[in-house]
Design a protein around this ligand. Structure first.
Ligand SMILES: Cc1cc2nc3c(=O)[nH]c(=O)nc-3n(C[C@H](O)[C@H](O)[C@H](O)COP(=O)(O)OP(=O)(O)OC[C@H]3O[C@@H](n4cnc5c(N)ncnc54)[C@H](O)[C@@H]3O)c2cc1C
Length: 498
């Protein structure tokens, strides 16, 4: 079955664009509603630029009350809404709908409170991830989840995607570092989930909302946990003669009980691209390198460095370097953090996949990806959060060549399915959006998908918040061919087909 990144399936309605625009203008600032084509154009896609759709209207509220008014109006008109943070998402989660309002949270960008005593920050959803750490830095504190896009991405988008990053192996994902979220339902009702206490009674709805991709509510305020900056951090750079050896070394480190602050993998294509771009001092002949960061007190780091270096050498590393000081440590990481733009210099286009596999399967799955790359005739470069088993194969292609984009999308789909076969999942941190929605049909059964839809209905009965994303309709799965119909007998016929 050919795989295509589709526009999201929207919700049909008969509302008048002019009437809704007039209503929204009345509740937004003078420049808070965009309706002209040239003003809508910048919002036609997020970081998944292969999927594009011009929005019907774009709303730019500045206060929570204005967000509520937009939601209430759209709810009344029966018009769907897509929330958008910074638009750096890589799975088309913020892809607009042709008949829907794109609700930008970018102007709600204030840090409301820094509580150094309780080590928390209360922030609006449009605040950039890095801005939280920058604000907390004078107090020796920082916000741990650090997506590579942290200079731009918003905390609202991080909550919606349950974003991860280099340091999430040791310090957890967004869900582990957020303690309270205030969101508005599609009807404009304000709900606060979680709380300042360590544990609360009832279901953990905060965890449910983290990673819900804007389907359950619009996040308008977030309380994040801040951590004291570790006094010492040192990074090891280990080179390997094969990607399999590097993959196996990752499993070795974790099984030995060491939890590095970061454990990142780069293959030869990435090493060379990053080295050309940023001159990080990488060994360009290596088949793969691992960056292994250890942090804590000076004594702890010294002991961990010894252990990690021993494990890497025993695991076949041809060279292990310790960062000599802070400047070299940052240089090692500069190469990793610039890997995506560096690849942009060696390929006309690239397509970043995001699947997670059990760490012990790393070497096997990397081999399988190499075989698929040869089968599809498209190069694949690998750079990823190895400690989490979170792969980011970058498929290199040239969209100007007929058929190459289709081939890249098909290869991406096969890689995701390979992650599922290895016991993994179709996403590690970039979310499902529209990109991986077909593979959700492969990963989850009809009954499981029906439960997901039931949760969605409990929060958003009219199905107006970001419809067509993240959770496939059963009809879509049937069309995709992943719904197994045996001798014409539909599984679970009693379940509603959405
Ligand atoms: C170069 C690059 C590197 C990246 N590296 C990483 C990485 O290391 N780790 C990682 O996890 N991700 C990474 N990403 C992906 C992306 O940055 C994250 O998914 C990020 O969390 C998206 O935030 P955003 O503000 O841009 O959200 P958007 O792209 O605007 O939206 C993403 C999703 O969140 C929803 N949403 C946004 N704001 C709200 C809100 N206030 N309430 C409800 N729903 C909302 C949207 O509807 C959409 O479904 C990377 C992206 C790029 C371009």
């Amino acid at each position: 079955m050919p795989y295509r990144i589709h526009a999201a399936e929207s919700v049909p309605h008969a509302a008048s664009r002019e009437a809704l625009a007039e209503r929204l203008r009345a509740c937004l600032p003078a420049d808070g509603l965009l309706a002209d084509a040239e003003l809508l154009r910048p919002y036609e896609c997020d970081g998944l630029t292969m999927a594009r759709q011009m929005p019907w209207l774009v709303a730019l509220p500045e206060t929570v009350e204005q967000v509520a008014a937009v939601l209430c109006s759209c709810s009344e008109f029966g018009v769907p809404v897509v929330a958008r943070g910074a638009g750096t998402g890589l799975s088309g989660g913020a892809l607009p709908l042709e008949n829907g309002v794109l609700l930008s949270l970018a102007r709600l960008n204030r840090i409301l409170e820094l509580d150094t005593l309780n080590r928390t920050a209360r922030v609006q959803p449009g605040v950039r991830n890095l801005a939280i750490s920058e604000t907390a830095a004078p107090h020796g504190l920082y916000y741990a989840p650090d997506p590579s896009s942290q200079i731009a991405c918003s905390i609202g988008g991080n909550v919606a995607e349950n974003a991860g990053g280099v340091h999430c192996l040791k310090y957890g994902l967004t869900v582990h570092n957020v303690i309270e979220v205030t969101m508005l339902t599609m009807e404009g009702e304000c709900v606060t989930l979680g709380g300042r206490g360590l544990d609360g009674p009832g279901y953990d709805l905060l965890a449910l909302v983290c990673g819900s991709e804007g389907l359950l509510g619009v996040v308008v305020e977030v309380v994040v946990r801040l951590l004291p900056k570790p006094p010492v951090a040192r990074t090891l750079l280990a080179a390997f003669a094969s990607i399999e050896a590097a993959g196996a070394a990752v499993a070795r480190i974790i099984s030995a009980g060491l939890i590095p602050a970061g454990l990142e993998f780069m293959d030869n294509a990435i090493i060379r691209a990053a080295e050309d771009f940023i001159q990080a001092g990488y060994p360009i002949e290596a088949a793969a390198i691992l960056l292994c960061e250890l942090d804590g007190t000076a004594e702890q780091v010294a002991a961990d460095l010894e252990r990690a270096e021993g494990l890497l050498r025993d695991g076949g590393a041809t060279e292990v370097r310790r960062s000599s000081g802070e400047a070299e440590r940052l240089k090692f990481w500069a190469g990793r953090k610039s890997a995506f733009p560096a690849v942009g210099r060696i390929a006309a286009d690239y397509y970043c996949m995001d699947g997670t596999i059990p760490r012990r399967k790393l070497a096997d799955v990397l081999q399988r990806i190499a075989a698929l790359s040869a089968e599809f005739g498209l190069a694949v470069a690998n750079v990823f959060h190895a400690g989490d088993g979170n792969l980011h194969p970058l498929i290199l292609f040239d969209a100007s060549q007929p058929g190459e984009q289709d081939r890249a999308e098909s290869l991406g789909a096969r890689i995701l399915e390979c992650c599922i076969e290895a016991g993994g999942t179709v996403t590690g941190e970039h979310g499902v959006g529209v990109e991986k929605i077909n593979q959700m049909c492969v990963q989850f059964s009809v009954a499981e998908l029906a439960q997901f839809h039931a949760i969605k209905r409990a929060f958003d009965p009219a199905g107006l918040l970001n419809p067509g994303k993240a959770i496939p309709s059963l009809a879509r799965c049937a069309e995709f061919g992943a719904l197994h119909v045996h001798h014409g007998q539909l599984p679970h016929p009693q379940l509603e087909r959405f």
